[in-house]
Design a protein around this ligand. Structure first.
Ligand SMILES: Cc1cc2nc3c(=O)[nH]c(=O)nc-3n(C[C@H](O)[C@H](O)[C@H](O)COP(=O)(O)OP(=O)(O)OC[C@H]3O[C@@H](n4cnc5c(N)ncnc54)[C@H](O)[C@@H]3O)c2cc1C
Length: 392
């Protein structure tokens, strides 16, 4: 392992890999990416639902999506790796007039930024997603260019191309400390020795707060457990195909946060559990499943005849306003943050990594970073944006 580098990146999920790729594209290759697991992308990145959407409630997140989805569309050609990107759309189902009011504002914002989002009634929503019961749905929104991509493909694409350009990727190495001297980072300490570096990037996902503490920086990110269940349909001996969408359309019941999309021959689904409190425990809580199923069968009755083939839990990396923190830490020079993506980081990793690479190398990121500034939580500063409303 190198004993010094221009940049050390802590964490080999989609964020760390994207930063490494974008630095390498800028010609900065004296970079070491350090991942404590034996493989990259086994943290939140390896446990996510693969969803990619333009439909956010604040301008900065929509802009991150526009740039990120652009790169995902060109990924195979530009980064050189397949990512199984299906743009079959995201369908949000709304059941209250309050939600319709919120979405009316947000659809106007999305359209103003050039995103093609449509309003649908319950009937048209049900036609888009065969098997969907739209009872009680008062309106729906749909964006065809939203979709599902492979998080492992994106992470490995970024990491492999970065490596090919000269970046070192160290797996099975844990960062145990950060040395700060005269207000500036000087080195990371790891289970395989020290790496001196004047620039350190915290890309540790739900562990961001712990890495921040090593440098004496408070990174307000909490790990919140989220479950994903995979349903299998037993069609043996039956001439009837279960009534579920054959496309990869992502359907989200906004009021309950229940969502599903096709996954191979089965179906991936999940729902937020408001009782969850910060934890690093990713044990599946099977007693949560009946609550999800109660909601799920009202929207997709075919699930009543499915079995659960497997399930897992991962960690959302929640910031106080559900918006990310991208940029330099306020108090320690050379310490950079790409954290707190609050359950929608996979899809924003292409743009977020590009932006951070620009910042680290002193370039103009050409992006208003006020909503993502590390210091915005210190006080209710004028100009601080209201948080992201679409956390699903
Ligand atoms: C159930 C679930 C569903 C989701 N669905 C979606 C979705 O549909 N769309 C979407 O965009 N996002 C989704 N997300 C969110 C998304 O997965 C995250 O925002 C994103 O993966 C964050 O990436 P990351 O690289 O910051 O974190 P991670 O992938 O967690 O990577 C951080 C890495 O840092 C490493 N690390 C930590 N501490 C150390 C240390 N001391 N030394 C060395 N390495 C260390 C970890 O091992 C880990 O590999 C979902 C998340 C979950 C849990």
């Amino acid at each position: 392992m190198k004993r010094s580098a221009e940049v050390v990146i802590v964490g080999g999920g989609c964020m760390g890999a994207s930063v490494a790729y974008h630095l390498a594209r800028l010609g900065v290759t004296d970079v070491v990416l350090v991942e404590r697991e034996k493989m990259l992308g086994t943290g939140s990145t390896g446990r996510n639902a693969g969803g990619v959407r333009h439909q956010f409630s604040n301008e900065a997140n929509i802009k991150l999506s526009i740039e990120s989805i652009g790169l995902l569309e060109r990924f195979a050609d530009e980064v050189g790796h397949p990512i199984d990107f299906h743009q079959d759309g995201y369908l949000f189902l709304l059941s209250t007039s309050a939600s319709v009011e919120t979405f009316t504002r947000n659809v106007a914002l999305q359209r103003g930024l050039g995103v093609d989002v449509q309003w649908l009634d319950a009937h048209d929503a049900a036609r888009l997603a065969p098997g969907l019961h739209a009872d009680g749905v008062v309106a729906a929104t749909f964006c065809q260019r939203d979709g599902i991509a492979d998080p492992n493909g994106v992470t490995m694409g970024f990491a492999k191309t970065a490596q090919a350009l000269g970046v070192s990727v160290e797996r099975d190495v844990e960062v145990t400390g950060i040395r700060v001297a005269a207000g500036r980072v000087a080195a990371v300490e790891t289970t395989r020795g020290t790496i001196e570096a004047r620039i350190i990037v915290n890309a540790a996902g739900p562990h961001a707060r712990l890495i921040g503490r090593m440098a004496g920086v408070d990174v307000p990110v909490d790990p919140i457990r989220r479950h994903i269940f995979i349903a299998a349909f037993d069609t043996h001996g039956s001439s009837e195909t279960p009534r579920v969408p054959s496309s990869h359309i992502m359907v989200i019941d906004f009021e309950t946060t229940f969502y599903f999309h096709r996954e191979g021959a089965g179906l991936l689904f999940g729902m937020g559990d408001p009782r969850e409190t910060p934890t690093f425990d990713t044990t599946v809580q099977w007693d949560f499943l009946p609550q999800v199923i109660d909601v799920a069968v009202t929207r997709l009755p075919a699930l009543a005849d499915a079995s659960i083939s497997h399930a897992w839990a991962g960690l959302y990396e929640m910031s106080p306003d559900a918006n990310p923190i991208i940029g330099a830490a306020d108090d320690v020079q050379g310490f950079y943050l790409i954290n707190g993506f609050s359950g929608h980081g996979f899809q924003h990793s292409p743009a977020a990594g590009r932006i951070l690479a620009d910042i680290v190398t002193g370039r103009d990121p050409k992006f208003d970073l006020t909503p993502f500034a590390a210091g915005r939580f210190a006080a209710a500063r004028p100009g601080a944006v209201s948080g992201e409303r679409y956390v699903v």
